[in-house]
Design a protein around this ligand. Structure first.
Ligand code: HSE
Length: 431
């Protein structure tokens, strides 16, 4: 008799549905290659579809009782696609505690409780895999853990949120329409259940914390990632970025300094139009890994959406099947993580774009320039398109490279000046 790996699915949303279709389509090939049949025996969802048979695996039992599937005696591997910390966290703990392998796409859970869950998995001899949690279909976690094991990683960076990239490239194309472009991303299944996690940067921050945890072996707290969303960008920023030969991209960057401290941020950068990152459009993600010996490597591909994410989930299931349902590769390696060593704003140096929106009157440029001069911040250029007749005047000052501690002090003073219609926006400019 052929061996069967019995799967219990928690969550039947965009990725869950895509996974069921994918397993059905690929299982003849996989069962030949693996000598193991993959079969869904149970599906649990809090919001079962109105027509419960639509897209559900034909022979699986279907329930709203999530815990019963997480701990079912006839389930070998629990696939957690609920997202969020609760109830996903307690369910994953229960599944691992019952000795089951767990495959999850839950970056928020892994970023918050990864070390604890990895310890439970190790103690139980159970697999815990989460390739789908970072950059959808791009096999970046496996690459960092296995393929770069012979080199030393210095920087991991890139476009880690497909929704933000879709919105930014959509706004660049249409010169506006933030709400409309975001709604399109949601309808296409790229966004999280609550799109605030995408546009405020926390989704990318969770992914960056996981990448840094794997690349640098330190316990990386999510709060250590300096996180800014894309919500403050306006059509005028795309106009001025165009004048600078640049375009906005949300980038996550984790860099290890020579002394081992880590600099971590998720924010909008203005990247050069001829850069590789500017050519990454729509829901695509790109992750660049810079190493001491091999140099720079780029992985790009579909970073959001049901089907690409499901391929990463299935790859984890296949890995467990290959290992005979056994413990698999330890999620973060066997060592306990090193304590987190943070770098600070003084370690972060870049040329900056400052955008101001002011109530027009004489002397504004002089006042801004005198604050910058007092903080020894060097202006590179001033851009002011003729917006005459409007009560709120937007204009841009670009800066020579400056460290963010000094820039931060100058920005506090700049923001306190009385003529702003909204707070100044500061974006780093990246080659
Ligand atoms: N909402 C995420 C994104 C999907 O837009 O990238 C995968 O994490």
């Amino acid at each position: 008799m052929r061996a069967t790996l019995r799967l219990g699915l928690l969550g039947f949303g965009t990725v869950g549905k895509a996974l069921v279709r994918l397993v059905e389509a690929e299982s003849p090939r996989l069962s030949r290659q693996l000598g193991v049949d993959l079969r869904f025996v149970a599906v649990a969802s809090r919001a079962l579809p109105r027509k419960p048979t639509d897209g559900l695996p034909p022979d699986a039992r279907v329930t709203e009782d999530l815990l019963s599937v997480a701990t079912a005696s006839d389930v070998d591997v629990v696939v957690e696609l609920l997202g969020g910390l609760d109830p996903a966290g307690p369910l994953v703990v229960a599944a691992l505690g019952a000795g089951k392998g767990v495959v999850t796409a839950n970056k928020a859970l892994l970023a918050a409780r990864g070390t604890e869950l990895a310890r439970i998995a190790r103690d139980q001899g159970a697999a815990l895999s989460f390739e789908a949690a970072v950059a959808g279909g791009i096999p970046i976690l496996r690459a960092i853990r296995e393929s770069f094991a012979g080199d030393r990683i210095d920087t991991v960076s890139g476009i880690l949120n497909g929704t933000c990239n879709f919105v930014l490239t959509g706004m660049a194309r249409t010169e506006g329409g933030y709400g409309g472009v975001l709604a399109e991303a949601q309808a296409l299944g790229y966004a999280e259940a609550d799109p605030a996690a995408d546009v405020e940067g926390t989704d990318a921050a969770c992914k960056l914390a996981l990448l840094a945890r794997l690349a640098f072996g330190q316990e990386v707290p999510l709060e250590a990632v300096r996180t800014e969303g894309i919500t403050r960008l306006q059509p005028v920023d795309f106009v001025y970025a165009g004048m600078l030969g640049r375009t906005p991209r949300q980038l996550g960057i984790a860099r290890r300094l020579a002394d081992g401290r880590l600099l971590l941020s998720v924010r909008t950068h203005l990247v050069s139009n001829d850069s590789m990152l500017a050519s990454v459009e729509g829901p695509f993600n790109a992750v660049q890994v810079s190493t001491a010996r091999g140099g720079d490597f780029v992985f790009s591909g579909r970073g959001a959406g049901g089907e690409p994410t499901a391929t990463a989930v299935l790859a984890d299931i296949v890995e467990i099947a290959r290992r005979d349902g056994g413990s698999g590769v330890p999620p973060f390696g066997t060592e306990a993580p090193a304590p987190f060593a943070p770098a600070g704003p003084a370690d972060s140096v870049a040329p900056f774009y400052l955008r101001f929106v002011v109530r027009d009157r004489p002397g504004i440029l002089a006042e801004l320039a005198s604050v910058l001069a007092r903080h020894d911040v060097n202006v590179d250029a001033v851009f002011q398109a003729p917006w005459s007749g409007k009560s709120a005047l937007p204009f841009v000052v670009t800066l020579e490279p400056v460290d963010e501690e000094r820039l931060g002090r100058a920005l506090v003073e700049l923001a306190a000046l009385p003529f702003h219609v909204e707070a100044p926006l500061a974006l780093p400019m990246t080659p």
